[in-house]
Design a protein around this ligand. Structure first.
Ligand SMILES: Cc1cc2nc3c(=O)[nH]c(=O)nc-3n(C[C@H](O)[C@H](O)[C@H](O)COP(=O)(O)OP(=O)(O)OC[C@H]3O[C@@H](n4cnc5c(N)ncnc54)[C@H](O)[C@@H]3O)c2cc1C
Length: 467
């Protein structure tokens, strides 16, 4: 008897006898889920419902020993391996047809050593796990802005959020990992042991193995910040963008912010007449001295009658999950991003025009403010790209009915193309979709030594076991 659902890294079907498969599954301490399991379809689901791939077997690992067993089994039979952390990658890179899926999503614990400011996160940890563990100690690992995202993929691709301008990217805080490489052996990787490999894992866009734990250097942070959204009326889009430009022109590193152009939510704090109409929202997170916050936010607020101003003192942890509801799992999603140096008039004109043709109530354009510490950290310490960009523009949309795929995808492509025309830099490696073209893939890592990255990958994964 054979089990024909497995595939090699290049997609060739692999025969594994039922006896060999059963004996492997028996050896595991954790649960494994085969294609005939009634929960298989539910368990293989990831955040983006556009991705519909069927692994040969899902193993829900909770410790390194089982991960090693999986890699040894896959290596022995020549089966390709994919790894799931938080499952949030829009291109669905955690899932591959016929591969053995090492699913770490239930291995999420976090340990904090407040004295040495060391935070150790298991391979399936989410941003919320990290924030809730560190906040009581007045510590933080700077991550992204949606708390259900996985720390694994986010760190391996760079990781930016509200605190990046003050402290740098998530990967800039990565000190050490435990990595199971293609021989099925667990290695400690840091600047002393395997310096080339830790460089690649800091933002290089993936791992030649399975990271079972990440060790971060934490920053001190007052658990209370001043943050939240500031909404303007639909007929004030241009003024809102102009004020965002002025706000960012003189912002200190302690001010993280983002402009969002989207249909107004049907929220009780907004006038009913505004619901569903395109509005501009500036979301801020200020972590600096209380005495200077009003002055720093002056370009946003002075002389303005906002539709709603929800910028208040609140726990940083609360801000981190404030926007989770708009990004729920299981919808169809499509994005494109582009780093830019300047939010110039031509880009603004393109964004304003796109805002008048939003293809769904969830479609939006985000302009996230970068720079600060991100741009001051040396390229030598990590493989993260685009450190010199001041902003990243993201055109994104979510919908449910496949009949609306064309309209949504078309709008994103068109909006992105207008920004790319002016910028030509490339997008964020962690925002690449399934259908990305070779130019987009290459420009996402512009300025990074790709030959060096490839050499490292081949040294630790010579047979290309990991997809
Ligand atoms: C709603 C939403 C909001 C986001 N916000 C931000 C943001 O604010 N800032 C930002 O920088 N990015 C953001 N992202 C992008 C995010 O960083 C990427 O999608 C990232 O890939 C997610 O990581 P994950 O572990 O959840 O994903 P997964 O899909 O599980 O994995 C992504 C990639 O990492 C690999 N991987 C996962 N775990 C491991 C592991 N333990 N060892 C080795 N390889 C592993 C996978 O194989 C895959 O190739 C956001 C994404 C979403 C969907």
């Amino acid at each position: 008897m054979s089990h024909a659902a497995f595939r090699s890294p290049d997609g060739t079907p692999i025969e594994v006898s039922a006896t060999a498969l059963a004996s492997f599954r028996d050896e595991l301490e954790c649960t494994s889920v085969g294609i005939d399991d009634p929960h298989f379809d539910e368990i293989r689901q990831i955040w983006n419902a556009m991705i519909d791939r069927r692994p040969g077997l899902i193993v829900r690992c909770r410790h390194a020993e089982d991960v090693q067993r999986c890699v040894q089994f896959a290596g022995h039979h020549g089966i390709g391996v994919s790894v799931r952390g938080g499952g949030h990658n829009i291109g669905g890179r955690a899932l591959a047809d016929g591969k053995l899926l090492i699913d770490l999503s239930s291995d999420r614990s976090v340990q904090v050593d407040a004295e040495t400011r060391t935070v150790v996160v298991r391979g399936g940890g989410l941003l919320s796990d990290v924030d809730t563990a560190t906040a009581p100690h007045g510590l933080v690992v700077p991550t992204g802005i949606i708390s259900e995202t996985g720390i694994a993929g986010l760190t391996l691709g760079g990781g930016f959020g509200w605190l990046s301008r003050r402290f740098g990217l998530t990967c800039d805080h990565l000190r050490r990992v435990e990595l199971v490489t293609s021989e099925g052996v667990s290695r400690a990787v840091d600047d002393e042991h395997h310096p080339e490999l830790i460089w690649a894992l800091r933002g290089g866009g993936g791992a030649p193995g399975v990271v079972t734990s990440f060790e971060f250097r934490a920053q001190r942070l007052n658990p209370m910040v001043v943050g939240g959204p500031h909404f303007r009326a639909p007929d004030e889009l241009e003024d809102a963008i102009d004020r965002f430009r002025r706000l960012t022109a003189r912002a200190p590193d302690e001010l993280g912010c983002m402009l969002k152009l989207a249909a107004a939510p049907a929220a009780p704090f907004l006038p009913t007449a505004m619901h569903g109409r395109p509005v501009a929202t500036t979301i801020v997170c200020h972590t600096g001295d209380a005495g200077r916050i009003d002055g720093d936010l002056d370009p946003l607020r002075s002389g303005v009658q906002p539709a709603a101003d929800l910028i208040v003192s609140r726990p940083f942890v609360a801000l981190q999950s404030m926007f989770d509801g708009g990004e729920r799992k299981g919808r169809r999603n499509y994005w494109k991003s582009e780093y830019i140096g300047d939010l110039d008039d031509a880009i603004v004109a393109g964004l304003l025009d796109a805002t008048q043709h939003l293809p769904s109530s969830s479609a939006n354009i985000k302009v996230f403010f970068l720079g600060g510490a991100v741009s001051r950290i040396s390229h030598e310490s990590s493989a993260a790209a685009h450190r010199d960009a001041r902003f990243i523009v993201v055109a994104a949309t979510a919908w449910d009915d496949p009949a609306h795929d064309e309209a949504n995808i078309g709008w994103v492509r068109e909006t992105h193309a207008r920004v790319y025309e002016r910028s030509g830099r490339g997008g964020y490696i962690n925002f690449l979709t399934e259908d990305v073209d070779p130019r987009e893939r290459a420009t996402a890592q512009a300025g990074v030594d790709l030959a060096r990255l490839e050499l490292i990958r081949r040294r630790y994964d010579p047979n290309g076991l990991f997809v």
